[in-house]
Design a protein around this ligand. Sequence first.
Ligand code: ZN
Length: 351
Amino acid sequence: MLFSIAEIPTPQEQLKFLKHIQQILQSGTFTSTYKFALLISITRLAIEQGQDIGAALHLDYEDIAEKFIDLYWKQSLPFQFNQYEPFILQQSTGKQASIVNLIYQAQQQFKTIAAARRDNIFWIKLKKAVASTVKKMPVVYLQNLNGQTVEFLYQLEDSKQCLNLLPKVMFCLRQFSEIIEELCQKRWIDFVRLNKQNLGVLNGLPDLDEFMFAPSRNQLGRVADFLIDLQQCQCFYCGKSLKNTKYAVDHFIPWSLYPADTGHNFVLADEKCNLQKSNYLASEQFLQLWQERNHLHNQTIIREISQMGFLTDLQRSHRVADWAYKQAVENEYLVWLGGREKKILAQVYEK
Ligand SMILES: [Zn+2]
């Protein structure tokens, strides 16, 4: 792989990059789930093939296709739910997404993705077919932000043979991979769930995201039962007893900043603290408390909360926190100090 020398992006450039990603995902013009798959695919490839430098990265379309097949293989299997007939999730608002059809056909011939992969001739053919759709569809439309094309990931004109990620993009994808993955998965699930063609069958289904991406469902009641023991029946923030009072599972790093459930992010708070904290980050003092708790009880949290189907990875959770507090400093967010007190987090945040 050939890298040209390039500086890593400044914090401002990285922030701008994230905002663009966010805009892509919020843009309501998706007609299929390909865009999510493309973002996840290039992020994973940036990790597998890239480095933490600011250089450009050239991605082979067949490598991207392989990631697509990985992502869609499970989702193209018939989804069986209670009395319903087995059902293939509709991944497009119009006709079924053609990549799903290609993979569905492959599944008639091969029981597993590993078996399909072992048939070299078949696998190359499948990859080429998927790559051709990737190139024609999501690569063309991904950078369309509500009607306006912003070429911040790659230049279409320059991406005929392979997908050429612009300088600094690889760095940002690696930097923010967890966030991009989680955001894409959430949006992907919402797209499938809200797709009218799926709605009749999927409405209220408890296990759709598990079916699609493995990490599982909200089980916050069980999380609360676990945390009440871990916190010895005290509010995480004010320390008051949770006996005879309403309490709630709180996302330490607010959902509005990072919309994914990870095991270490949960704390139990009384209703008052929960309402007052709302969508704010908690102050550095609480951050320290939270990090200490996670280190101290890491094994217990992993054992108990991962059983409930949540992603539990201390480093990952703490990296998300690092990111969130750095964002807070750079953007002068208000942080919650407890009670009614808030302040601007202006100090340099130190880990
Ligand atoms: Zn409290």
